[in-house]
Ligand binder design. Structure first.
Ligand SMILES: Nc1nc2c(ncn2[C@@H]2O[C@H](COP(=O)(O)OP(=O)(O)OP(=O)(O)O)[C@@H](O)[C@H]2O)c(=O)[nH]1
Ligand SMILES: [Mg+2]
Length: 199
Protein backbone atom coordinates (compact mmCIF):
# COMPACT_ATOMS: atom_id res chain seq x y z
CA UNK A 1 0.00 0.00 0.00
CA UNK A 2 1.42 3.42 -0.96
CA UNK A 3 1.81 6.33 1.44
CA UNK A 4 -1.25 8.12 0.11
CA UNK A 5 -3.39 5.03 0.54
CA UNK A 6 -2.09 4.55 4.06
CA UNK A 7 -2.80 8.17 4.94
CA UNK A 8 -6.21 8.17 3.36
CA UNK A 9 -7.16 4.57 3.98
CA UNK A 10 -9.47 5.27 6.88
CA UNK A 11 -11.50 7.81 4.99
CA UNK A 12 -15.07 7.23 4.04
CA UNK A 13 -15.80 6.12 0.54
CA UNK A 14 -17.33 8.74 -1.68
CA UNK A 15 -19.07 9.07 -4.99
CA UNK A 16 -18.85 12.42 -6.80
CA UNK A 17 -21.75 13.12 -9.16
CA UNK A 18 -22.13 16.04 -11.57
CA UNK A 19 -25.58 16.86 -12.94
CA UNK A 20 -25.93 19.20 -15.95
CA UNK A 21 -23.30 21.29 -17.73
CA UNK A 22 -21.65 23.10 -14.80
CA UNK A 23 -21.72 20.03 -12.54
CA UNK A 24 -20.18 17.87 -15.23
CA UNK A 25 -17.47 20.53 -15.78
CA UNK A 26 -16.48 20.20 -12.09
CA UNK A 27 -16.40 16.39 -12.43
CA UNK A 28 -14.18 16.81 -15.50
CA UNK A 29 -11.80 18.86 -13.36
CA UNK A 30 -11.82 16.18 -10.65
CA UNK A 31 -11.20 13.47 -13.24
CA UNK A 32 -7.83 15.00 -14.10
CA UNK A 33 -6.62 14.89 -10.49
CA UNK A 34 -5.73 12.18 -8.03
CA UNK A 35 -9.20 11.52 -6.68
CA UNK A 36 -10.23 8.52 -4.66
CA UNK A 37 -13.84 7.74 -5.34
CA UNK A 38 -16.24 7.02 -8.12
CA UNK A 39 -16.94 9.81 -10.62
CA UNK A 40 -20.35 9.97 -12.31
CA UNK A 41 -21.57 12.54 -14.86
CA UNK A 42 -25.25 12.88 -15.68
CA UNK A 43 -26.53 15.17 -18.41
CA UNK A 44 -29.27 15.52 -20.98
CA UNK A 45 -26.64 16.95 -23.33
CA UNK A 46 -24.49 14.39 -25.12
CA UNK A 47 -22.00 17.00 -26.31
CA UNK A 48 -21.03 17.78 -22.70
CA UNK A 49 -20.52 14.11 -21.79
CA UNK A 50 -18.31 13.51 -24.85
CA UNK A 51 -15.48 15.59 -23.35
CA UNK A 52 -14.99 13.29 -20.36
CA UNK A 53 -12.16 10.83 -19.80
CA UNK A 54 -12.53 7.11 -19.24
CA UNK A 55 -12.43 7.36 -15.46
CA UNK A 56 -15.86 9.02 -15.47
CA UNK A 57 -19.03 6.93 -15.71
CA UNK A 58 -21.62 8.72 -17.79
CA UNK A 59 -25.39 8.71 -17.92
CA UNK A 60 -26.98 10.35 -20.94
CA UNK A 61 -30.62 11.16 -20.22
CA UNK A 62 -32.61 11.71 -23.38
CA UNK A 63 -31.63 11.61 -26.99
CA UNK A 64 -29.98 14.10 -29.25
CA UNK A 65 -32.76 15.57 -31.37
CA UNK A 66 -31.45 17.40 -34.39
CA UNK A 67 -29.54 20.49 -33.33
CA UNK A 68 -31.09 20.56 -29.85
CA UNK A 69 -28.87 19.61 -26.96
CA UNK A 70 -29.89 19.28 -23.37
CA UNK A 71 -33.20 20.26 -21.90
CA UNK A 72 -32.96 23.84 -23.13
CA UNK A 73 -33.66 25.18 -19.68
CA UNK A 74 -36.72 22.99 -19.11
CA UNK A 75 -36.38 21.60 -15.58
CA UNK A 76 -39.55 19.50 -15.77
CA UNK A 77 -38.36 17.85 -19.00
CA UNK A 78 -34.92 17.21 -17.52
CA UNK A 79 -36.51 15.71 -14.44
CA UNK A 80 -38.52 13.21 -16.46
CA UNK A 81 -35.55 12.34 -18.72
CA UNK A 82 -33.37 11.66 -15.68
CA UNK A 83 -36.11 9.65 -13.96
CA UNK A 84 -36.23 7.47 -17.09
CA UNK A 85 -32.54 6.69 -16.51
CA UNK A 86 -33.11 5.86 -12.82
CA UNK A 87 -32.06 2.23 -13.27
CA UNK A 88 -28.81 3.18 -14.97
CA UNK A 89 -28.03 5.55 -12.10
CA UNK A 90 -28.86 3.00 -9.40
CA UNK A 91 -26.73 0.38 -11.22
CA UNK A 92 -23.77 2.75 -11.04
CA UNK A 93 -24.41 3.51 -7.37
CA UNK A 94 -24.53 -0.21 -6.63
CA UNK A 95 -21.01 -0.69 -8.02
CA UNK A 96 -19.63 1.02 -4.97
CA UNK A 97 -20.44 1.14 -1.27
CA UNK A 98 -19.75 4.85 -0.80
CA UNK A 99 -21.11 6.30 2.44
CA UNK A 100 -21.25 9.79 1.02
CA UNK A 101 -22.39 11.34 -2.24
CA UNK A 102 -21.06 14.76 -3.21
CA UNK A 103 -23.39 16.09 -5.90
CA UNK A 104 -22.36 19.13 -7.95
CA UNK A 105 -24.70 21.12 -10.18
CA UNK A 106 -25.82 24.58 -11.19
CA UNK A 107 -29.34 25.89 -10.84
CA UNK A 108 -31.10 28.16 -13.31
CA UNK A 109 -30.83 25.83 -16.34
CA UNK A 110 -32.92 22.71 -16.82
CA UNK A 111 -30.81 19.65 -16.05
CA UNK A 112 -29.11 20.70 -12.81
CA UNK A 113 -32.30 22.29 -11.46
CA UNK A 114 -34.66 19.44 -12.32
CA UNK A 115 -32.30 16.49 -12.06
CA UNK A 116 -30.34 17.14 -8.88
CA UNK A 117 -33.18 16.54 -6.38
CA UNK A 118 -33.90 13.18 -8.02
CA UNK A 119 -30.27 12.11 -7.96
CA UNK A 120 -29.98 13.25 -4.32
CA UNK A 121 -33.12 11.30 -3.36
CA UNK A 122 -31.76 8.16 -5.04
CA UNK A 123 -28.48 8.51 -3.12
CA UNK A 124 -30.37 8.93 0.13
CA UNK A 125 -32.43 5.83 -0.59
CA UNK A 126 -29.12 4.01 -0.77
CA UNK A 127 -28.36 5.33 2.73
CA UNK A 128 -25.68 7.78 1.64
CA UNK A 129 -25.02 11.13 3.26
CA UNK A 130 -25.76 13.70 0.60
CA UNK A 131 -23.60 16.80 0.28
CA UNK A 132 -24.66 19.15 -2.51
CA UNK A 133 -22.51 21.86 -4.02
CA UNK A 134 -24.92 24.21 -5.77
CA UNK A 135 -23.79 26.85 -8.28
CA UNK A 136 -26.05 29.91 -8.43
CA UNK A 137 -26.24 31.76 -11.76
CA UNK A 138 -24.89 35.23 -12.50
CA UNK A 139 -27.23 38.10 -11.53
CA UNK A 140 -27.27 39.23 -15.17
CA UNK A 141 -29.02 35.96 -16.08
CA UNK A 142 -32.22 37.57 -14.81
CA UNK A 143 -34.61 35.12 -16.43
CA UNK A 144 -32.97 32.26 -14.54
CA UNK A 145 -33.04 33.67 -11.02
CA UNK A 146 -36.55 32.59 -9.99
CA UNK A 147 -36.01 29.06 -11.27
CA UNK A 148 -32.64 29.02 -9.53
CA UNK A 149 -34.18 29.93 -6.17
CA UNK A 150 -36.82 27.23 -6.49
CA UNK A 151 -34.13 24.78 -7.53
CA UNK A 152 -31.99 25.59 -4.50
CA UNK A 153 -34.96 24.94 -2.18
CA UNK A 154 -35.69 21.56 -3.78
CA UNK A 155 -32.04 20.51 -3.72
CA UNK A 156 -31.63 21.56 -0.10
CA UNK A 157 -34.68 19.48 0.89
CA UNK A 158 -32.95 16.43 -0.55
CA UNK A 159 -29.53 17.15 1.03
CA UNK A 160 -27.95 16.57 4.42
CA UNK A 161 -25.55 19.47 3.84
CA UNK A 162 -25.37 21.95 1.01
CA UNK A 163 -23.10 24.78 -0.03
CA UNK A 164 -23.97 27.52 -2.47
CA UNK A 165 -21.39 29.00 -4.84
CA UNK A 166 -22.45 32.33 -6.29
CA UNK A 167 -21.05 32.66 -9.80
CA UNK A 168 -20.95 36.44 -9.29
CA UNK A 169 -18.52 36.03 -6.43
CA UNK A 170 -16.14 33.97 -8.51
CA UNK A 171 -15.60 36.63 -11.19
CA UNK A 172 -12.45 38.75 -11.26
CA UNK A 173 -12.23 42.07 -13.08
CA UNK A 174 -10.73 42.04 -16.59
CA UNK A 175 -11.08 38.31 -16.94
CA UNK A 176 -12.62 36.49 -19.88
CA UNK A 177 -15.75 34.52 -19.01
CA UNK A 178 -14.14 31.27 -20.14
CA UNK A 179 -11.29 31.89 -17.69
CA UNK A 180 -13.75 32.68 -14.87
CA UNK A 181 -15.60 29.42 -15.44
CA UNK A 182 -12.42 27.33 -15.46
CA UNK A 183 -11.35 28.94 -12.18
CA UNK A 184 -14.81 28.53 -10.68
CA UNK A 185 -14.91 24.87 -11.65
CA UNK A 186 -11.51 24.32 -9.99
CA UNK A 187 -12.66 26.08 -6.82
CA UNK A 188 -15.81 23.93 -6.64
CA UNK A 189 -13.85 20.75 -7.32
CA UNK A 190 -11.44 21.77 -4.53
CA UNK A 191 -14.36 22.16 -2.17
CA UNK A 192 -15.66 18.72 -3.14
CA UNK A 193 -12.31 17.20 -2.18
CA UNK A 194 -11.88 19.28 0.97
CA UNK A 195 -15.31 18.28 2.17
CA UNK A 196 -14.22 14.66 2.20
CA UNK A 197 -10.97 15.42 4.01
CA UNK A 198 -12.69 16.99 6.99
CA UNK A 199 -15.60 14.58 7.30
N1 LIG B 1 -19.32 27.82 -12.30
C1 LIG B 1 -19.81 27.48 -13.50
N2 LIG B 1 -21.05 27.89 -13.82
C2 LIG B 1 -21.54 27.52 -15.02
C3 LIG B 1 -20.80 26.74 -15.97
N3 LIG B 1 -21.58 26.55 -17.07
C4 LIG B 1 -22.74 27.18 -16.81
N4 LIG B 1 -22.73 27.76 -15.59
C5 LIG B 1 -23.81 28.47 -14.85
O1 LIG B 1 -24.76 27.47 -14.54
C6 LIG B 1 -26.06 27.83 -14.98
C7 LIG B 1 -26.73 26.58 -15.49
O2 LIG B 1 -26.03 26.12 -16.64
P1 LIG B 1 -25.79 24.59 -16.98
O3 LIG B 1 -25.20 23.86 -15.82
O4 LIG B 1 -25.01 24.56 -18.25
O5 LIG B 1 -27.29 24.13 -17.21
P2 LIG B 1 -27.86 22.64 -17.26
O6 LIG B 1 -28.11 22.20 -15.86
O7 LIG B 1 -26.97 21.80 -18.11
O8 LIG B 1 -29.29 22.86 -17.91
P3 LIG B 1 -29.79 22.70 -19.45
O9 LIG B 1 -28.58 22.82 -20.35
O10 LIG B 1 -30.76 23.84 -19.58
O11 LIG B 1 -30.46 21.38 -19.50
C8 LIG B 1 -25.80 28.90 -16.03
O12 LIG B 1 -26.89 29.78 -16.07
C9 LIG B 1 -24.53 29.57 -15.58
O13 LIG B 1 -24.79 30.57 -14.62
C10 LIG B 1 -19.48 26.33 -15.60
O14 LIG B 1 -18.75 25.66 -16.34
N5 LIG B 1 -19.05 26.73 -14.36
MG1 LIG C 1 -26.87 21.75 -20.24
Amino acid sequence: MGLIDRLLGSREKVVYIGVGGAGVAAINDLSKRRVRGQLIAIDTDESILEMLGENVEVVLAGKRTGKDYGSNGDAALAQSLILDEGTKITDLLLKNDADTAVIISAVGGGTGTGGTPIVADLCREFGKNVITLIIAPFAIEKARIKKAKEGIREIQKASDVSYIFENDQMVSANEAMSETLVKANRLIADKALKEMRIS
